[in-house]
Write a protein that binds this ligand. Structure first.
Ligand code: PHE
Length: 340
């Protein structure tokens, strides 16, 4: 076939296709026109394209170039007509997907789950809630007053060592030195500053210490702090609450034991151990709120006394689920997390 003849056919095709698309009054006739001209097997564009091979070899590049132009022109005309009829692009209608089978089962959504630490926190809130403790919150970025001074930790105390804390360098901080809180005891102060006794709260949240991560340490972990201040609160109340707590969380056969210890904000201070499968495990510190602390928040130590405790939540969670490496909790490997 001569080049001129081929080009003439292409021109005629563009004219006819454009007229057909422009003239389509509804989506059905547009679709019929699309099949007639652009149909993948028997479309007229396909038919004309077949004549390419008959064009002389020397003329073929010119023929191919024009063919591509025509293809684009026809497709553009179709898209324009589609837009005019408001036909939304629908892969089924353009023939790419042949059918929608409504009998196939739907794809179920994959549900996530709560992180084991979050689950533990919820459970702890439940247990302590039944013992009459409400939940308080405090910021993770703290000032030195709440993290140290009001807790009876003076400037020269080793707990304030920069190597043991994440101090924040905030340019021009008006609030003075800030740090990531190293303990949830900060919230004891914040709650007592907010109002008079009695106080009966727990607070659960993250604390930060620059420890190297290993099986039992992580630079961020969670604590549950408890604080009860009222008239005539004694160490017996502390022991009862912790025993009830341990029995609820670990099972009724749990024993607890106090060992003498020291914290600047409690006097006397103890380490609380729970017995779990014939083994004594340290779960945290506790004690009677130091009178200095009560005074610092404006409470009268002659009128009220209180106890406080701070337990490691990871430890409780790991005991419960037999997790042996704290790092597993924070690797975010769903194959691990999915088990809880
Ligand atoms: N804040 C202490 C710690 O992080 C624990 C504690 C809380 C001790 C309350 C006594 C009273 O180690």
């Amino acid at each position: 076939m001569a080049l001129a003849e081929f080009l003439k056919q292409l021109d005629a095709l563009v004219a006819a296709a454009t007229a057909a698309f422009d003239g389509a009054a509804d989506e059905a006739s547009l679709e019929a026109a699309r099949i007639e001209y652009l149909g993948a097997k028997k479309g007229r564009l396909k038919a004309v394209q077949k004549f390419m091979g008959a064009v002389g070899a020397a003329d073929r590049p010119a023929a191919g170039k024009r063919l591509n132009e025509v293809k684009t022109q026809i497709e553009t005309a179709f898209t324009a007509a589609q837009g005019r009829l408001g036909a939304v692009e629908n892969p089924r209608r353009t023939g790419e997907v042949t059918a929608f089978d409504p009998t196939l089962p739907g794809r179920s959504l994959r549900l996530g789950r709560l992180h084991p630490i979050t689950q533990t926190i919820e459970e702890l809130k439940g247990i302590m809630g039944r013992l009459g403790f409400s939940v308080a919150e405090g910021p993770e970025i703290e000032d030195e007053w709440h993290n140290f001074e009001a807790l009876n930790i003076p400037l020269e105390h080793p707990a304030r060592d920069p190597l043991d804390n994440f101090y924040l360098a905030v340019a021009g901080a008006a609030a003075g030195t800030l740090l990531l809180r190293s303990q949830t005891s900060t919230v004891q102060i914040r709650v007592m500053e907010q109002g008079p006794p009695p106080v009966r709260i727990i607070t659960l949240g993250r604390v930060y210490r620059p420890d190297t991560a290993d099986a039992t340490h992580y630079p961020m972990f969670h604590q549950m702090e408890g604080l009860l201040v009222d008239r005539q609160v004694t160490m017996a109340d502390l022991k009862s609450v912790l025993r009830l707590f341990a029995a609820s969380f670990l099972g009724s056969d749990v024993h607890i034991r106090f060992r003498p210890s020291f914290f600047p904000f409690t006097e006397p201070s103890v380490e609380a151990d729970f017995q779990w499968h014939d083994q004594w495990i340290e779960f945290g510190g506790a004690g009677m709120v130091d009178p200095n602390v009560l005074q610092m928040v404006g409470y009268d130590p002659e009128q009220v006394t209180g106890f406080a405790f701070g337990l490691g939540i990871e430890r409780l969670c790991m005991r419960r689920h037999n997790i042996t490496d704290i790092r597993a909790l924070y690797r975010n490997d769903v194959r691990f997390l999915r088990q809880f």
